[in-house]
Design a binder for this molecule. Sequence first.
Ligand SMILES: [Zn+2]
Length: 468
Amino acid sequence: MAKLTFLGAAGTVTGSKYLVEAAGKRLLLDCGIFQGSNVLSDRNYKPLSIDPKTIDYVVLTHAHLDHTGWLPCLVKAGYHGPIYANPATIELTSLVLKDSAHLQEEDTLHAQKHGYSRHANPHALYTPEDVDPVLRLMKPITRVGGFQVSSEFHFVAYDAGHILGSTSLELTISESGKKIVVIFSGDIGRYNQPILKNPVTPSSNADVLLCESTYGDRDHQSGDAREALAEVVNRVAKRGGSIVIPAFAIGRTQTFMYYLRELEDQQRIPRLPVYVDSPMALSATDLYVKYREDHDKNFVQVESANGGKGDPLNVHEFHLTRTADQSKAINNVKTPCIIVSASGMVSGGRVLHHLVQRLPNPQNAVILAGFQAQGTRGRALQEGAKTLRIFGQEVIVKAEIVVMGQFSAHAGKSELIRWLQALPSAPKQTYLTHGEPAAAQSLQRAIQDQFKWNAAVARYLDTVDLGR
Ligand SMILES: [Zn+2]
């Protein structure tokens, strides 16, 4: 009997890992790390409930760290099968894993030097040397459409519109002459957003559906994102302050660049220096330009302007910082500027240094655009914390904190409903994944009320039958 185990992204938005067992084979869908509270991040250091050597295949929905970041641990623990992903996802995953390994090393060294870790002997989950063995296992699959993993597992990929290369996956399991269809939503993006195309709902009748529920309990702020961003930039520049934008290097950084460039071109904001303090973000931006099959119509229009020399992701006063010294030098910039730096939930990375510098000054602003998971510093800022613990010190929060949900890369509640509504028939069973409990439960109720489907909230480490 085919079954599925929730090894992550159940009761939380991070750690996506779903184990499918059928016809004597094991397939792992996504392999993300947990982020947020200590309880969650401690899970990254524990072995899986099954031996990674016994897994036959890995398939990825997209490159974000909470879907790929545990791959080096999986491979270190003996996994040696193929890791299937589309070409954009393979390239982005390579960036994400190298960057993650590098940041972990930096953070660990910093913690050891300053002695603020809660661990007696802080150590990284993995090092840059652990990443290459993962990349060697990567096998390209089609961007959209069908691909065969084995005689038991056949997939169809659909564009999820969340980040470059992101997909929803429809899996058909063949077991003892029976076929079972399982749909994995992956992370569902937004409709009518810049750069990427709209999410596409899979078109088969599903026996089982796993649907993400990051924003299962709310919609994003309405209103024009450009307008909102222009207002903040003008307000902060006028009072002589700077703006820090904690952003995932992949996805949100490009969205901000796109909007800032557009606002500059329309002379709706001054041309401020924009520091993108993440080498990975620039490499990711290059990939966004390279993979044209992901571009929506507007992006193509801007791109083809000026005889094909349009560059929709490049602001006018762009500064890239590669080294840690260049990053620190941004501290000396006292005139208005915009600093875009990871991590998006302020759980680590160089954005910490910028916040130590900029948070105590009321002239400055911090724009929170992405989902801020429970237990992260980003969540604390969003909820109005007066101080923030960074590098073992309490940093006073005087800067203006601006929450801009319009820039989210995740579908809001009504967009999730829109995506679900497009399914051709009711799945026999739906599990809500990738959401904090309140969000998952709220989407569960909406699905039960509106569609009368069987829907349950996925529970961490639960195993469910797929073939009933
Ligand atoms: Zn994602």
